[in-house]
Design a protein around this ligand. Sequence first.
Ligand code: SF4
Length: 302
Amino acid sequence: MTACRLCPRLCGAKRTADEPGLCGVNTQLGFFRIGKVMAHFGEEPFISGQSGSGTLFFSGCALGCRFCQNYPISQATEGVFRGRIYSESEIINSIEALISQGVHNINWVTASHYSLDVIKVIDQLRMRGHRLPMIWNTSAYERVETMRQLDGKIQIYLPDFKFFDDSLSAGLTSVRNYPAIAQRAILEMHRQQPLNVFDRDGHMISGFVLRHLILPGHYRDSLRIIDWIVEHLPADIAISLMSQFTPFAENLSRLSDFPELSRKLTTYEYQKVVDYALQRGLTQVMTQQRTAATATMTPDFT
Ligand code: SF4
């Protein structure tokens, strides 16, 4: 890696200890830093199923949301990212261990800064005879050019469309241009997997689910996201409206300009967004119980 341009930040870093990327990655090609590998039961039921989703939570992040629900691995603490380094063969061994546990799919969470290596690992898994669906679980802050390289490798896209407003993006992440970048990436992901297909037990085999985590105090921004979905995607698109925002004490110092993010979402705010999605004619709207807004939805990364 001489100058990385995998993600929209285009920072050109060498990704070494002396010159990490803006995403925090300081591993070379062929190596990954991973916070956790686990069978995960906190995804939508048709993803987690009875046996869990075989999930790899990657360390580092190019977007850097200040309210991140996975903050222990997405952000550095005193310059150090959590997680351990895996080689390509170690990651394949870990995935094969998950497969032998009976997981329903392999779920790559925030892996865009490793996407070239992920493609190689998926190719190796296919050559070894593994047929499980591959899930790209992403903030949607992705380069379309990078997404095109995943075409045919990824069976299920789970992008999270976070905000519509540029100023919200500027205040809550490391970038201002998230909304426009995410919109292009979401359309590319939907182009690749426009149809949702399930096996006879109800597990998703291929498809596209657009997620949106509603933020306390910002449900009007969520309504604009619904408007964009209605204007750019089919009415039967599957959307998952998440109410699980959980304020973490560790994030609060970074959120002093956004005191509303020190609380959970109210039922009123959540219902406003759900009702609006239905009113605008969306037919596949998944909702979440308000009791989901607890730290138990976030894996223990210690
Ligand atoms: S993936 Fe990381 S190193 Fe590469 S361009 Fe993005 S921020 Fe920079």
